[in-house]
Design a protein around this ligand. Structure first.
Ligand SMILES: C[S@@+](CC[C@H](N)C(=O)[O-])C[C@H]1O[C@@H](n2cnc3c(N)ncnc32)[C@H](O)[C@@H]1O
Length: 259
């Protein structure tokens, strides 16, 4: 079992996302990656609790469905990118796989992931790294997964190209990401909840001053919709693209295969 140590970073004092920065498209901001890292450093400690509460305990169901979507045969080397506190990496590790490697660029999230794996006695390797520049050889993974991560990456197309590069031919990509429900009524309720209620309650629970839970709805609203994401994955070279909407389309699992 290998647990890496991570460099210590202090919680930043100024907000990662101010009202001004969120008045524009946060994905177009030049230093988005820096702000994203600051934000996850600030909210890491209460990240899991906020996920469970605000998804009404559905987030782990979505992750287990993402694992199922990878169609494991028992021999896979899995790389979970933007692994955060490690929930998806742990879900993979509980299945029959050859290895699981979790990669994230925020050390505060990785530190929690390492502790959780250790407590659960799960053999997961964690490494600090950038989704857009994975320090892994070509054709070295059978499954690449990313949950609620691709939206946060500065240049998603670069990350997708990296996922394609490190996958072996026939390897599967599994992307779990928020999406917009197609039903008008569900969309209205979901939008009210994510824009009006969740920013208040999640900010309170995490004691956050980084603006993370104001960035969240804005970043979903301004990111590619599920159909556009599928198209971007296809244009990277993946074939056999399949999508499964979860919880009335609140999020979507998108899978692709490296030809
Ligand atoms: C919303 S969290 C998702 C964490 C986890 N996958 C989950 O299911 O809860 C997004 C994660 O993406 C990471 N991240 C964002 N951009 C990244 C990048 N370019 N490289 C590596 N990690 C990145 C952040 O540090 C954060 O931990």
């Amino acid at each position: 079992m290998v647990y890496m140590s991570v460099q210590h970073e202090n919680t930043p004092k100024s907000p990662a996302w101010s009202k001004n920065s969120l008045a524009q498209d946060p994905h177009a901001i030049e230093d988005k990656h820096k702000r994203v890292k600051m934000m996850f450093t600030a909210i890491a400690r209460r990240y899991d609790l906020n996920n469970r509460l605000h998804s009404m305990w559905q987030d782990q169901v979505w992750r287990s469905r993402a694992v199922r979507a990878a169609q494991l045969t028992g021999n896979e080397d899995v790389v979970d990118v933007a692994c955060g506190t490690g929930d998806l990496a742990m879900a993979f590790c509980k299945e029959k796989v050859r290895s699981v490697l979790g990669i994230d660029f925020t050390q505060a999230m990785l530190e929690l992931a390492i502790t959780k794996a250790k407590n659960a006695k799960l053999a997961i390797d964690y490494r600090q790294g950038d989704a857009m520049n994975l320090q892994l050889p070509d054709c070295s993974a059978d499954v690449v997964s990313i949950a609620f991560g691709i939206r946060n990456v500065q240049e998603p197309h670069k990350a997708l190209a990296e996922f394609y590069r490190i996958l072996r031919p026939g390897g599967r990509l599994v992307v779990l990401e928020f999406s917009t429900p197609s039903n008008n009524c569900v969309r209205f309720i979901n939008s009210f909840y994510t824009n009006r209620i969740m920013p208040l309650t999640a900010t309170l629970i995490s004691g956050d001053t980084s603006g993370a839970y104001k960035y969240l709805p804005k970043s979903i609203e301004t990111f590619a919709c599920a159909k556009e994401l599928a198209e971007e994955i296809r244009s990277t070279g993946f074939i056999d693209i399949k999508q499964q909407a979860q919880s009335f389309g609140v999020c979507t699992i998108t899978c692709g295969t490296k030809s």
